[in-house]
Design a protein around this ligand. Structure first.
Ligand code: MSP
Length: 657
């Protein structure tokens, strides 16, 4: 059973913010939920790199579009790694494999008679990469309101008009092809209004995938971008991979039209199977306001993760917003939810249950079948929550789970284990066993149910319950009351969700947000970039190499050794020795570094660690990943590498000389 699905591929002329993070977090939750259900899951994300916007942004910072795009694509990748959101593939539209897929699709559409050459004069929105057929010169773009530009081009056209009937049939025969229904209705109305052919190539742009044999034509960015979903499924070799058709494309509502009209039409023209579903979620607002650069109210995920933990953000986004509708983010609401639901709710249930097992039963799960009414309530909760998750009704599912937490809280208070423990009544010991077993068993099952939403914190509760295998190995069949084994040892209790003091936490997030904004602006060339590390002094004249193996100081200073801090680290698929890290060495963007230290270090133990980097080695690719430097380590004969470090604290970016 496979489940292949996708996030949108994000434009590289912007930096990741909480809106992109929202979509990607939701996909990560779905990925873990589907795994819980026993699916083999593959999630593709990626970077949408071509087009005039990226060309212009790159020019502003004096980089080639490819180099600029690489920095920004890494910025997205690094964020997902740091937030431990793990797409299985990350397609860059500048990847060679993607160009091959786009060209192959084009040839198929052309061979089937759906492509012709024509000329277009009309209005174009540079910001949305959209031809606005109905607009007159000077008219604003209907999508974003910015002024359109008049362009005349000889282009290849896609016969979109030929697909009106087939698209309407598709929406009719598969009412859940586009969800939620409001979005479906919009698309239906649009298609019923008639479809015009679509220009799918450009001659005014250089930064794009070339149309084979038709220079200087390059593909229109949306023709290029949508096909990334197929690239992630193997491109021309999709049949061997067995992933296509996609089970789901998760997108934001503003790009519904491209996905629900253009994409199925391209696939029909190429004679390929259609994706099963497009879900267009709502917009995330900041304190009820649209987030925008001009308002300066864009929120980034990193400061939140640093202060409240990534699970707090995941929980907030899924619990607070009815998925599909617009919703609002605010720091106050985030901290409020954290304290009421995570610290007081789940965290409190975990610590009181586990502490009582220590206090009254020597730290071992008592032997009992538990209370039938708790068993029933729990089994019903599991069914209702899974049903909610399956329908992407995250908020409802979580609400159901928290109702169960209240039920157990109340049950514990009514049973009062602290009284039972002292009671002389004959029935008291059995009742105490039953109560403690029931509470612990609810906790076990809720861990399994909540692991997709709160992976880090649930992993902690899980190990506090005494399990050695990861909670991610559970399947839905394990989420039934009564499977917890008597006698299981409970390790020493530790707090899972310490309460957060709202005022200082919010102040800290705002402070970090400023730093993050400045860093991202520097990447985009919007503020002067902080000075990069000092240039190595140039040797006046190269000294001749000595024959005794020594080098001169001039040789040594050529090596740019710098102190860096590991921002994220992850295993490299298919290479058991390699780790992929992003290391901040005091430059505007962290370096992507691949190093052979996986046998010696667990990725999560490296984050935050100061290391030494050779910063001026020629970059190279390892397993398809950019390695822009080398990490310095002692290599021990027959042993594992040991990273170089310092006994005193040294600032990031400092040079070793
Ligand atoms: N590159 C196109 C998508 C091509 S898909 C073949 C694009 N990129 S984007 O960088 O602008 O990202 C848009 C997506 O980011 C949205 O569809 C949505 O998933 C997410 N979001 C960006 N801002 C958002 C909010 N403020 N709120 C919710 N999601 C938003 O469009």
């Amino acid at each position: 059973m496979k489940y292949y699905f996708t996030t949108p591929i994000y434009y590289t002329n912007g930096a990741p913010h909480i809106g992109h993070t929202y979509t990607t977090i939701v996909c990560d939750v779905i990925r873990r939920l589907k795994r819980l259900e026993g699916y083999e899951v593959a999630l593709t994300s990626g970077a949408d790199e071509h087009g005039v916007n990226v060309e212009r942004s790159a020019e502003r910072v004096g980089k080639t579009p490819y180099d600029f795009s690489t920095v920004m694509a890494n910025e997205f990748r690094m964020h997902w790694e740091e937030l431990r959101i793990q797409p299985d593939d990350f397609v860059r539209t500048s990847d060679e494999r993607h160009a091959r897929t786009v060209q192959w699709m084009f040839e198929r559409c052309r061979a089937n008679g759906y492509v012709y050459k024509g000329s277009y004069t009309g209005q174009y929105c540079v910001f949305d990469n959209l031809y606005v057929n109905e607009a007159k010169p000077g008219d604003p773009c209907p999508e974003c309101g910015r002024p359109t530009e008049t362009v005349t081009e000889e282009n290849f056209f896609f016969k979109l008009s030929a697909f009106q009937e087939r698209l309407l049939e598709l929406y009719e025969s598969q009412p859940d092809f586009i969800l939620p229904e409001t979005r479906r209705n919009e698309v239906l109305a649009f298609v019923k209004g008639g479809l015009q052919d679509l220009s799918i190539t450009r001659t005014t742009i250089k930064w794009g995938i070339p149309v084979p044999g038709e220079a200087p034509h390059v593909f229109y960015v949306w023709f290029d971008a949508l096909i990334a979903y197929l690239t992630g499924a193997g491109g021309p070799d999709w049949e061997q991979r067995g992933l296509w058709p996609a089970d789901l494309h998760m997108i934001g509502k503003e790009i519904t039209r491209f996905h629900a009209i253009f994409w199925p039409a391209f696939l029909m023209a190429a004679g390929l199977p259609l994706p099963k579903r497009i879900f267009a979620h709502g917009w995330l607002l900041f304190e009820q306001d649209k987030m925008s650069k001009s308002r300066g109210n864009i929120v980034r995920p990193r400061p939140i993760a640093e202060v409240c933990g990534i699970d707090a953000l995941r929980y907030f986004l899924l619990r607070e917003i009815v998925f599909g509708q617009d919703g609002s983010f605010s720091y106050d609401a985030l901290v409020g939810r954290y304290n009421s639901d995570l610290a007081n709710g789940l965290g409190n249930l975990a610590s009181r249950t586990l502490s009582m097992i220590h206090q009254y039963r020597g730290g071992a799960v008592p032997d009992s079948k538990g209370d039938p009414h708790i068993a029933d309530a729990l089994n019903q909760t599991v069914a209702a929550a899974l049903d909610g998750f399956n329908k992407f009704e995250f908020s409802r599912a979580l609400e159901t789970i928290w109702q169960m937490i209240s039920v157990v809280d109340k049950y514990i208070v009514e049973r009062a284990p602290w009284k039972l423990a002292k009671s002389k009544d004959e029935a008291a010991p059995e009742l105490l066993d039953r109560t403690l077993y029931s509470a612990a068993e609810v906790l076990r099952v809720l861990c399994g149910l909540l692991a997709p939403v709160l992976p880090d914190s649930v992993a902690k509760i899980w190990s506090l319950l005494g399990f050695a295998e990861p909670v991610g190995s559970l399947r839905t069949a394990d989420l039934t009351f009564g499977l917890l084994k008597a006698g299981q040892k409970i390790p020493e209790v530790q707090p899972v969700f310490p309460r957060i003091e709202a005022k200082p936490a919010i102040a800290r997030m705002r402070e970090l947000e400023e730093v993050e904004r400045a860093r991202q602006d520097a990447l985009l060339g919007k503020t002067p970039a902080p000075a990069a590390g000092a240039e190595a002094p140039k040797a006046e004249a190269a000294a001749p190499a000595a024959s005794d193996g020594t080098i001169t100081i001039d040789d040594f200073v050529k090596v740019d050794l710098r102190v860096g801090i590991v921002k994220s680290a992850a295993a490299v698929k298919g290479a058991d020795k390699l780790l992929h890290m992003y290391v901040d060495i005091g430059e505007p963007e962290p370096r992507s570094i691949v190093a052979g230290i996986a046998k010696a270090y667990q990725p999560e133990t490296l984050v935050g660690r100061k290391v030494v980097i050779v910063a001026n080695l020629q970059p190279r690719k390892l397993r398809g990943l950019d390695s822009q430097g080398m990490i310095v380590a002692a290599s021990l004969e027959g042993g594992l590498p040991v990273l170089a470090g310092f006994l005193e604290d040294v600032p990031v970016g400092a040079r070793l000389k």
